[in-house]
Write a protein that binds this ligand. Structure first.
Ligand SMILES: *Cc1c(COP(=O)(O)O)cnc(C)c1O
Length: 395
């Protein structure tokens, strides 16, 4: 029983999360504390959400500023200035086009699926209703996004899903070409750096091939940067490493510093296919959340901030590679910037548990990868401390 009398393990919550016993009560920077006062180094960052760490003054100030207006929510019946400014800022940083705001990564991808079909049905060829996705992909858990997610265990209990999805191996240019030639594909969905599926970087030349093929066959290229976007890889957007621009990009996790927000950025040809009533959301793009997102995006997009991510990422990578050399249980290291994965010989869950018991929070990706995703402004000492704990467990 806690101070307030609630038995946490017996709380009447639906059992879709396998949660450990600890109860988090407080956070600061890269650290969180449980109700018993025990502290943990948080290299999950709320699953790549808390980019500026816990208790960020940037976020607190933005929330205060938004609260001072008295307008937390207006719905999309009306315009507000923070939403317009956020759209302008993101479009200025990404590629020319327009933005749509929603409340999560899955919602952003769900909107992208709809936008692609709408574009195909009004600007592009009417026959294009289907989608291509890739092995290892994760795009969300709603019926459309689950259908483009490559995880049998997530899909199986919920079929039938949205039909018309074709999976190909990353790198299978010929297979993608053949599918696109059929004239039935509206869009190709891909994460430039796969997160949940096991921290796999998509080779730049494959992204470039997809761009060429989509242009040649008249399909949209959709980059899901929900996890890898907004600074995580050391550039503001992961696709900038490959110098390939998509027609549609989805964002979410770190966008509003922990408040729920997703975004879909689309080029003008896609935007011009969309009409009032085609899509919508009650909560998407509230002035409060948009004000916080503006502050987060401004902080993260500073060149010095992004350089800091690259340097921290390099430090972490070197440490993990050293560990991989010394440990028989580690096969290798994958990833980019501050989204790194330790590829293990066996299941990742045991390492995640052992790390937590030693005061380090990390999260699994796929079955055999431990994901290390600290806040983007993590201290070097904290990176060292986290590496030491991993070393103790894996040595
Ligand atoms: C987390 C994630 C999603 C889903 O986002 P939710 O906010 O959990 O719905 C989609 N795509 C990628 C790449 C993700 O990492």
């Amino acid at each position: 029983m806690t101070a307030s009398g609630t038995s946490m393990a017996a709380a009447p919550l639906v059992g879709v999360y396998a949660q450990p016993d600890l109860v988090l009560a407080r956070g600061e920077g890269s650290w969180v504390w449980d109700e018993d006062g025990r502290r943990y180094l948080d290299f999950t960052a709320g699953i790549a959400v808390n980019a500026l760490g816990h208790g960020s003054p940037v976020i607190a100030q933005a929330i205060q500023e938004a609260l001072a207006t008295g307008l937390i929510h207006t719905s999309n019946l009306y315009r507000t200035r923070p939403v317009a400014e956020l759209a302008e800022t993101l479009i200025g940083l990404a590629f020319p086009g327009r933005a749509f705001f929603c409340n999560s990564g899955a919602e952003a991808n769900e909107a992208a699926l709809k936008f692609a079909r709408r574009w195909a049905g009004s600007g592009g060829p009417e026959t294009r209703r289907e989608f291509i996705s890739f092995r290892g992909a994760f795009h969300g858990r709603l019926f459309g996004t689950l259908a483009v997610t490559d995880r049998e265990a997530y899909q199986a209990p919920f079929r039938p899903l949205m039909p018309g999805v074709h999976f190909r191996e990353v790198g299978d240019v010929g297979g993608v070409d053949a599918l696109l030639s059929s004239g039935t594909i509206a869009a190709v969905f891909i994460e430039p750096l796969q997160g949940e599926g096991g921290v796999r970087l998509i080779p730049a030349d494959f992204l470039r091939s997809l761009r060429e093929l989509c242009d040649r066959h008249g399909a949209l290229l959709v980059f899901d940067e929900v996890q890898c976007g907004l600074g995580r890889t050391g550039k503001l957007f992961a696709h900038q490493h490959a110098d390939v621009t998509p027609d549609v990009m989805t964002l979410a996790k770190p966008l509003a510093g922990g408040l729920p927000m997703g975004a879909v950025l689309v080029t003008e040809p896609v935007a011009s296919a969309l009409r009032p009533g085609d899509h919508g959301t009650t909560f998407g793009g509230s002035p409060l959340v948009a004000t916080v997102a503006l502050a987060v995006v401004r902080a993260i997009s500073e060149p010095s901030f992004l350089r800091g991510v690259t340097e921290r990422g390099g430090f972490l990578r070197k440490g993990l590679e050293g560990l991989a050399r010394r440990s028989k249980r580690v096969e290798g290291v994958r990833g980019m910037g501050l989204l790194q994965g330790l590829v293990l010989e066996g299941p990742s869950t045991a390492v995640v548990t052992a790390a937590r018991e030693k005061g380090l929070l990390v999260v699994a990706a796929g079955t055999d990868v431990v994901r290390v995703i600290p806040p983007l402004n993590v201290d070097y000492e904290d990176l060292e401390f986290g590496l030491e704990i991993l070393e103790e467990i894996l040595a």
